[in-house]
Design a protein around this ligand. Structure first.
Ligand code: ADP
Ligand code: MG
Length: 612
């Protein structure tokens, strides 16, 4: 048998280094966090060759004293933690004293630093973990670290790196997170001599989002703000058109630290349910503030994963805060429709909407015939974009100044003025007709609106059913129904028995894989109950987590009862529907599809070559 022996010190540090420094982006994370911990107001990050060749981080923080320059590279050398007891109360991003040591083990580092109080700076060179030189040097206050030739002495690790483009993307992702985590710091990010991102450090998260994701995102992201015992949340959520096909643009910042956590994503998605479509994910930049002692950040050397003490509680609170903010936003932004000229007598509106193809209307046609609206829409799609016209005198003043001449600062200013009209209510919209018997077409100030009649009605019904059937009750069937299930379905049915019973299904086993259904949720008609149950079982999947059976049923039921695309609605029905939308401020159907789509006057005028 081989003998058990202790590893030598060098091997131990290499192994440990591997946990902290996996790839260039992990170096970036550690260096940026050191700069942030040093109290910097401005940080520049430059990378070349995907961060493998060269990484530079320059900050204007507190610096390192001359006498400590050597010590900073020792393993477990830190100025941020004094004893084990402090581990319960970690306020800095760093605390393990491992990063500089680990990075130095696998690269060539040059570091210059000068605290304000010191007249001269120090320059130290460390190669593969050994100090190669240490001398006085002239430098501005703060710290600059340059990391070259990452993994030059660990070829195995280097071979496992992805293509340069992917490593660069990972670096950019990391910088993005730190920018979101610290809107008060002015960041500059340079890749291969080109500036990629820059944030002004004005303290506003919205500005950071503008710089990272663009004006549209910054303008349309919904502010989230709220507090519950043990947690405070602020930030932004992007739903609908701001949702994405993956979770990459979900950023959670806990007490100033960017973290990864699937549960937080789930709480977010739960809260935003119905506001994004299937296969998509809401985006967010959320800052969570919690007592330091209620989170453990010392889970892994990379400090990205955390553990929460009161997990369930936290997730519930979080979902509630987000839901409340979204609802408040809806209420404020609810579209307004100008009252129809005909006197309306529809006090309990959408109930009156006939569910299925009503007879063709014997009523006055809309102000503009559907045909002409269709003609316009058709033209919008057909005409190839933008014929070159120099002359557009009557609209010249509408065109914005050429954007290339705007400085970053004036762009912020313009954005603040025009786009963040949080408190301004939506202007009223005027009905102009219906399109394809599917969309209601409206004009509002500078845009043409299309309302999806099915999506809108479905959501209205959903809200109503939800109120009526707050707690689903069971309705006993005169003749119980026997349903035969697949093995998977049968298993799922039993794992989720409680949920299904809560929702109003009562059943018992009936032979091998069959059940006898004796009661169904009381709003379901008998003919549908079988189909509903099977559908729900499909959706339950293998997850034993909470699954909102009741809600899924309500969604299906609403979908079934709502007017369909292609149903020709009477004018009163349209007005009733619009009133309902206005009253409830809803913006998506229960499946998360948008109810309203807009085409701006600008876009239309562009198609006609009136403006360029
Ligand atoms: P940790 O951040 O966990 O303390 P590091 O190895 O990352 O460990 O850094 C070691 C020490 O070096 C820090 O505790 C800090 O005192 C000092 N240091 C590192 N980077 C900087 C910086 N940019 N500005 C000031 N001090 C720094
Ligand atoms: Mg550190």
């Amino acid at each position: 048998m081989p003998r058990i022996e202790l590893l030598d010190a060098e091997t131990i540090s290499r192994i440990a280094a591997g946990e902290v420094v996996e790839r260039p982006s992990s170096v970036i994370k550690e260096l940026l966090e050191n700069a942030i911990d040093a109290g910097s107001g401005a940080i520049t990050l430059e990378i070349r060759g995907a961060g493998i060749e060269y990484i530079r981080v320059t900050d204007n923080g507190g610096g390192i004293e001359a006498a400590q320059m050597r010590l900073a590279f020792e393993r477990h050398a830190t100025s941020k933690l004094r004893s084990g007891g402090d581990l319960l109360d970690i306020r800095n991003l760093g605390f393990r004293g491992e990063a500089l040591n680990a990075i130095a083990q696998v690269s060539k580092i040059e570091m210059k630093s000068r605290p304000k109080t010191q007249e001269y700076g120090m320059r130290v060179v460390n190669e593969g973990g050994k100090i190669a030189s240490l001398s006085e040097a002239g430098c501005p206050d703060g710290t600059t670290i340059i990391v070259r030739d990452l993994f030059y002495n660990t070829p195995a690790r280097r071979k496992f790196l992805k293509k340069n483009a992917q490593e660069t993307a990972a670096c950019s992702d990391m910088v993005t997170r730190e920018m979101i985590a610290h809107p008060e710091i002015a960041f500059r990010y340079i890749v291969d001599q080109k500036q990629v991102y820059r944030t002004p450090g004005d303290g506003a998260l919205r500005t950071v989002l503008f710089c990272l994701y663009g004006r549209d995102y910054a303008a349309k992201a919904i502010p989230i703000e709220g507090e519950r015992p043990g947690i405070k949340i602020s930030g932004f959520v992007g739903v609908g058109e701001l949702s994405r096909a993956n979770r990459r643009e979900q950023s959670f910042v806990l007490n100033g630290r960017y973290i990864r956590n699937v549960l937080l994503s789930q709480a977010l998605e739960q809260a935003c349910k119905m506001r994004f479509m299937q296969q998509r994910f809401p985006t967010c930049a959320l800052h969570l503030t919690m007592p330091y002692a209620s989170v453990d950040v010392n889970v892994h050397p990379n400090k990205l994963d955390v553990r929460f003490r009161e997990e369930i509680e936290l997730l519930r609170n979080m979902a509630e805060i987000i839901e409340a903010s979204l609802a408040a936003h809806d209420a404020k932004k609810a579209p307004k429709f100008s009252a129809p000229s005909e006197p309306e007598k529809t006090p309990e509106p959408s109930a009156e909407i006939p569910a299925h193809n009503p007879p063709a209307p014997a009523h006055t046609p809309p102000a503009i015939s559907t045909e002409s609206v269709m003609a316009v829409f058709g033209a919008l799609r057909d005409i190839s974009p933008r014929p070159e016209t120099k002359e557009a005198p009557e609209t010249r003043e509408v065109a914005p100044p050429p954007s290339k001449e705007l400085t970053t600062e004036s762009k912020y200013a313009a954005m603040q003025e025009t786009y963040f009209k949080e408190d301004i209510e939506a202007p009223p919209a005027r009905l102009i007709g219906r399109l394809f018997s599917t969309y209601i077409v409206l004009e509002r100030e500078d845009e043409l609106l299309f309302v999806d009649q099915h999506a809108a009605h479905e959501r209205i019904l959903y809200e109503r059913f939800q109120k009526q059937y707050g707690a689903p009750q069971a309705q006993y069937l005169l003749a119980p129904e026997v349903i035969e299930l697949g093995h998977g379905e049968w298993l799922r049915l039993h794992t989720q028995e409680l949920l299904l019973r809560d929702a109003g299904f009562v059943f018992e086993d009936f032979g091998e894989r069959s059940i006898k259904l004796t009661a169904i949720p009381h709003f379901l008609g008998k003919p549908y109950c079988r189909e509903f149950l099977l559908d729900i079982l499909d959706q339950l999947g293998e997850q034993a987590r909470e699954f909102p059976v009741g809600r899924e049923m309500l969604i299906k039921h609403s979908c079934r009862m709502a007017v369909k695309a292609g149903d020709r609605l009477r004018d009163e029905s349209i007005f009733a529907l619009l009133k309902d939308i206005e009253r409830t401020g809803i913006s998506t159907c229960p499946h998360g599809r948008p109810i309203i789509a807009a085409i701006s006057k600008r876009e239309i005028e562009k198609r006609f070559g009136r403006i360029v």
